[in-house]
Write a protein that binds this ligand. Structure first.
Ligand SMILES: [Zn+2]
Length: 72
């Protein structure tokens, strides 16, 4: 299973409890470090321009279309 799918899966988990949320965010952050630069994000659109052009760059989500970048 591609890492991008796992990140997407864990990131979309809906949890009520704060401590699980903290764990979830930590896991997503850790997994993103293992993403290869330029690997395409799964099922994500850019919040800035709405393009499906998001890739992982240095562990950050970066938009190839408008340059939007979100880390963590
Ligand atoms: Zn964009």
């Amino acid at each position: 299973m591609p890492l991008a799918y796992v990140i997407n899966l864990v990131g979309n988990l809906n949890v009520e409890e704060d401590n699980i949320n903290t764990w979830k965010n930590g896991v997503v952050r850790a997994l993103k470090r293992y993403m290869q630069d330029g690997e395409k994000a799964v099922d994500k659109i850019c919040p800035e321009c709405g393009e499906e052009a998001l890739v992982y760059q240095d562990g950050c989500l970066t938009c190839n279309a408008c340059g939007y970048s979100k880390c963590g």
